[in-house]
Write a protein that binds this ligand. Structure first.
Ligand code: SAH
Length: 220
């Protein structure tokens, strides 16, 4: 297949993904839908998986890690309520796909990953797409990224035993964080809201993420 035809095929696949997986399940924020339509998800996985890239399921990215199913990416993004001028922290860069979506919706994205090979690959893809407002760092993201705090929004894309305290501290007021919290097999999506000096938590749906490993997460 030549490149142009290939791009058209994937564009159609993204339209279908939005129409069949996202809209019917309550993803209504037009900016989120537009980001999901525009970011080429297939480029964030191995070429052997390109034909599955827009399916209704997570995708392996190596090192025992996965990119979430498109619906979960869109849901977590929508919960942040981004308007365009925010500074966002992501913990768990993985493939860089979620960071790419966030970069279309906020002013800048800071994303932390603990596996060097994943970070290197994410950087390459994000650079090739010209998403220059994404900044990456190799570190234990359970400590946040203090230098650039506070963040208007924080998204954790690995499952935590509890909400890491440094992330609550680095959340702006007002600010919102989404994070899967639970045991190693299943978690609830928790929305942490900081407003007028108070921190409240709302429980959303059940999700399943790989482990958040670090000082304020699970041990190896
Ligand atoms: N958001 C990613 C998917 C993340 S999978 C994407 O769009 O592709 C979860 C990621 O969290 C994995 O890459 C894993 O290595 C990373 N991770 C786990 N614990 C971490 C920690 N303490 N700090 C930073 N990254 C972590």
């Amino acid at each position: 297949m030549n490149q142009t035809k290939n791009n058209d095929v994937f564009k159609v696949a993204r339209e279908r993904m939005v129409a069949t997986q996202l809209k019917p399940r309550g993803i209504t924020d037009p900016r989120v839908l537009e980001a999901m339509r525009s970011v080429p998800r297939h480029l964030f996985v191995d070429e052997a998986l390109w034909d599955q890239a827009y399916g209704d399921h997570p995708l392996p990215i190596g090192h025992g890690q996965t990119i979430s199913q498109p619906y979960i990416v869109a849901l977590m993004t929508q919960e942040l309520g981004l308007k365009g001028d925010e500074k966002v922290l992501e913990v768990g860069t993985g493939s860089g796909y979620q960071a790419a979506i966030l970069s279309r919706l906020a002013r800048s994205v800071f994303s932390v990953e603990r596996v060097p090979a994943l970070l290197a690959r994410a950087r390459k893809v994000l650079d090739s797409l010209g998403y220059t407002n994404v900044h990456l760092k190799l570190d234990d993201g359970t400590w946040g990224w203090k230098e650039h705090a506070p963040y208007d929004a924080i998204m954790v894309t690995a499952g935590a035993p509890a909400v890491p305290e440094p992330l609550v501290e680095q959340l702006a007021d007002p600010g919102v964080m989404v994070i899967p919290v639970g045991d190693q097999f299943s978690q609830s999506l928790v929305k942490v809201i900081k407003k007028d000096g108070k921190v409240t938590e709302e429980y959303k749906e059940g999700v399943r993420f790989v482990k958040l490993i670090g000082d304020h997460g699970w041990k190896e």
